[in-house]
Design a protein around this ligand. Structure first.
Ligand SMILES: [Zn+2]
Length: 166
């Protein structure tokens, strides 16, 4: 479960800048849907877009770059924070992520796919579910200042943009 969340989240942070509307749609019905659970529980109003707002094709670029900036800003703060899973616990409190137990009583976390959630909030809830499951990895979360690649230093030593950002 956490793997699926992380893959979907990193696909967004490390790819969305060059996405088209079709790429976004494919991500939403593919990796994103595969990592989330549909829910009727509305997120807090401050995390929602106005109801009924339609995204026009011309606005998709803006939507993607806005969400990308929002997500990276949060992750950059996580990277320099002492409590790197505080953002995840906040999303858990806001019910954007839910705690689940399987039949073997193994605890896990799953992001909610609720109506009218902002794109950035959806991406962050993927990271949050992963962070709650594997907090140690988030001690090594890094956002490259140059290429903006999000990575875990424990798993990926260099982002490959030839800059020593550590
Ligand atoms: Zn880089």
């Amino acid at each position: 479960m956490a793997d699926r969340c992380r893959r979907a989240a990193l696909a967004f942070t490390n790819g969305a800048e060059v996405w088209t509307k079709a790429d976004l749609a494919g991500w939403l019905v593919g990796p994103y849907r595969g990592a989330t659970r549909s829910g009727s529980m509305p997120p807090p109003s401050r995390a929602s877009s106005p109801p009924g707002r339609k995204v026009e094709p011309a606005a998709v670029d803006d939507l993607l770059s806005d969400a990308h900036v929002r997500v990276l800003t949060v992750l950059e703060n996580v990277a320099i924070s002492r409590t790197k899973t505080a953002f995840a616990r906040r999303l858990l409190e806001e019910h954007a992520v839910q705690r689940i137990t399987d039949h073997g009583h193994t605890v896990g976390w799953i992001p909610m796919d609720a109506p009218r959630m902002r794109l950035a909030y959806r991406v962050l809830s993927l990271f949050a579910a992963d962070a709650l499951a594997r907090p140690a990895d988030y001690e090594t979360l890094t956002v490259c200042h140059r290429c903006e690649r999000v990575r875990f230093r424990c798993l990926e030593e260099s982002c490959g943009c030839m800059r020593d950002d550590d």
